[in-house]
Design a protein. Sequence first.
Length: 80
Amino acid sequence: VDLVNENELVLDQMKLNLRQTFVAAMARVVMRSDNDGDMKIDAREVPLLALRLQIQLEPYGIKLDANKFNTMIREDNDIS
């Protein structure tokens, strides 16, 4: 029973670490796509960002809806 409980704690920690790694990777992609460094994703930066995100998300089985993504970016392009 103790080993099962310990295993559960280890798995929870692994999930947390994976989630943090994923979020950090996505943040790096967004920051790297801000070519002019103004902390905003401009219209000309969106296509490259969308492509980078699609590439990063593909191994996780996540498909980026480019239309919804473009709409979202137009509504709020501030990354700070």
